[in-house]
Design a protein around this ligand. Structure first.
Ligand code: IDP
Ligand code: MG
Length: 166
């Protein structure tokens, strides 16, 4: 079995329903390690890039509004789980995409719902495969936000404005 990582997002419905604790507890059954975590206010650019593979779907605009928090709270908890067989272990606990078809004891089966507008409000995102995990982790996290260097990095000398506490 290969050591992998997976990007997990607790989506805005998960946060607004106070499910963070339940989800992280359930995820601990995987015995994977959390190697990065942060609360993110999702921009339109990030949302569209994250879900770019679904841009032709009729539910795309609703999906973008959903992940940006228009219907719940403008926050997402982004986490990286790392360890053996991470992709499959996480997807099993998360359940399939449609909450009505997901196993009742999976996270999506327990807490997800289908809205009248037709979006699957399924509480969490989990990477589908190692290629997608790499793309997504690089999209959501900078190398210095993870405790492990999961992918090759390079040093660039850039001049930028940074925010500090006054
Ligand atoms: P996944 O989240 O299980 O990997 P994807 O196909 O990547 O599923 O879809 C991303 C998200 O878009 C889903 O988690 C769900 O919120 C939403 N979604 C996917 N397919 C549908 C659909 O057929 N109807 C409504 N919403 C959908
Ligand atoms: Mg997906």
């Amino acid at each position: 079995m290969a050591v992998e990582q997976s990007l997990i997002l607790i989506k805005p419905d998960g946060l607004v329903k106070s499910l963070t604790g339940n989800i992280i507890s359930k995820m601990s059954e995987t015995e994977l390690k959390i190697v990065g975590a942060k609360i993110v206010q999702v921009t339109k650019e990030l949302a569209e890039e994250h879900y770019h593979h679904l841009r032709e779907e009729k539910f795309f605009d609703e999906l973008i509004k959903y992940i940006m928090g228009e219907y719940h709270t403008k926050r997402v908890l982004a986490m990286v789980y790392h360890g053996e067989n991470a992709i499959k272990l996480v997807r099993k606990i998360v359940g399939v995409t449609d909450p009505e078809r997901a196993e009742p004891i999976s996270i999506r089966g327990k807490y997800g719902r289908v809205t009248r507008a037709g979006v699957f409000e399924n509480v969490v995102h989990a990477s589908e495969n190692t290629k997608e995990a790499e793309r997504e982790i690089k999209l959501w996290f900078r190398p210095d936000e993870l405790v492990y260097t999961l992918y090759p990095t390079e040093i660039k000398n850039v001049k930028i404005d940074k925010v500090f506490w006054k």
